[in-house]
Design a protein around this ligand. Structure first.
Ligand code: HSE
Length: 438
């Protein structure tokens, strides 16, 4: 049988890794796919010919990516350029030309996935995006197929390696935020704009995709609440540890009574949870299904070969699906397109969670009682309190409180009142807290 012909857009880190994997494992991949797979046409604006030669086999290389998506020889386009544009235009044109698409572009899928999947369905082609979430971990396959029997209750994941690397180094080595970020950039893990990593935008792209797959709702990146890690202070990492918790930057999506929660934020989680011990650039995703219970998926969330592992697995899936009836393929968002629901995504004010609060309190009688009184009036129950001795010459002390679960709107009111109270100084630090129990 004729080899399947691939058009590859982008020869950067993941593009290079994909060439390497497709060349190195060509025989085994062909035995799995049922056909040989060849990269016949690639696109790259600037590249070092020696580096490209060392990667593996590529047919010709053009500098205009549109010539690849318009190449009549190409069966499957792999989009590894990243970003919103021209990636969107390239993918839509490839679909219009009747080509299947593989992409690692989480930003593209999170923002334009609904449009792209509708176009693909109309044309009878597939768009595969395993590498868009958690790099080499086959989490999309797991949620979309492996867990298809379950009513998924929630997903919580460490889905940005750069952010996890920064938090791990801060906790273990007391290193400064900026220094660790620079190292992640040098290692090639960080996004082109590293604020996407530290402010949680990259994780929110990925969580948007997971939420849709889990609950059968259209992609809604604009409704995903996002809070980064740049304001986490070493003292909060230390207080959390004293109380038996670790701070992780989690993406959480949950089925609540009134709708779906979609949120990315620093989170205190009990240190004994397996996911609390996922450190460095590694990713992990914890999925709670009603039948299976909790399942945890761990692995490299970024990097050339791990991400290429997911890209090439998608290519193999597509090669196997080339001859199948388009109406009987695995749906892009796990649920049949006409079965997606309009269940609302909840605003963060309606989300219920527990909290860690750090209040800078004046060291005088009645302050603790007054703060406890405010919390009680807002219906917030305190689970633990920790007060440090004032440092020599200091008139204020850090007061740490852990609360039971409460709606965020009530916590916002309480924090506003505590900040206005003359027994507290400055802003209250609030970090959401999750037990991640079944
Ligand atoms: N910047 C991302 C990360 C790369 O650090 O996880 C993989 O999406």
């Amino acid at each position: 049988m004729e080899p399947v012909k691939i058009g590859l857009l982008g020869l950067g880190t993941v593009g290079g890794g994909s060439v390497t994997v497709l060349t190195r494992n060509a025989d085994e991949i062909a035995r799995r796919a049922g056909r040989a797979i060849q990269i016949t046409h690639a696109a790259a604006r600037q590249y070092d010919p020696e580096r490209i030669e060392g990667l593996g086999q590529i047919g010709r290389i053009s500098d205009d990516a549109f010539t690849v998506v318009d190449d009549p020889e190409v069966d499957i386009v792999i989009e590894l350029i990243g970003g919103y544009s021209p990636a969107r235009e390239l993918v839509l044109r490839a679909i219009d030309n009747g080509k299947h698409v593989v992409t690692a572009n989480k930003a593209l899928i999170a923002l334009h996935g609904n449009e792209i999947f509708a176009a693909a369905q109309a044309k009878g082609v597939m768009v595969a995006f395993e590498a868009a979430v958690a790099g080499g971990i086959p989490i999309i396959k797991a949620v979309r197929e492996g867990l298809a029997a379950n009513r998924i209750e929630w997903i919580a994941g460490i889905i940005n390696g750069t952010g996890n690397f920064i938090l791990s180094e801060m906790r273990d080595k007391g290193r400064a935020f900026a220094e660790v970020l620079a190292e992640a950039q040098a290692l090639g893990y960080a996004e082109a704009d590293p604020t996407f990593d530290v402010e949680g935008i990259d994780a929110a792209h990925k969580l948007t995709i997971l939420g849709s797959l889990a609950f059968g709702i259209p992609l809604q990146f604009d409704k995903t609440f996002t809070e980064g890690i740049s304001r986490i202070e070493p003292q909060d990492v230390a207080f959390a540890a004293e109380l038996g918790y670790r701070i992780k930057h989690l993406g959480i999506t949950r089925r609540a009574e009134a709708g779906i929660e979609m949120r990315v934020h620093p989170t205190l989680i009990p240190h004994r949870r397996l996911i609390a011990n996922v450190d460095g650039v590694m990713n992990a995703v914890l999925v709670m299904g009603d039948a299976v219970g909790p399942t945890l998926y761990y692995g490299a969330g970024a990097g050339a070969l791990p991400t290429a592992s997911a890209v090439v697995a998608d290519v193999v899936d597509l090669v196997r699906a080339l001859t199948t009836d388009p109406t009987n393929r695995v749906p892009h968002l796990a649920f049949q397109p006409d079965e997606l629901t309009d269940t609302p995504v909840l605003p963060i004010e309606a989300v219920e969670t527990a909290y860690y609060l750090r209040i800078t309190a004046l060291d005088r009688p009645g302050v603790m009682a007054a703060i406890a009184g405010i919390l009680s009036e807002e219906g917030i129950s305190i689970e633990a309190i920790k007060q440090k001795e004032p440092a020599a010459g200091e008139t204020s002390v850090p007061l740490i409180m852990l609360t039971h679960r409460i709606e965020e709107a009530a916590m916002n009111r309480a924090i506003e009142r505590i900040e206005a109270f003359d027994g507290s100084v400055g802003e209250v630090v609030r970090i959401r807290m999750e037990s991640l129990e079944g």
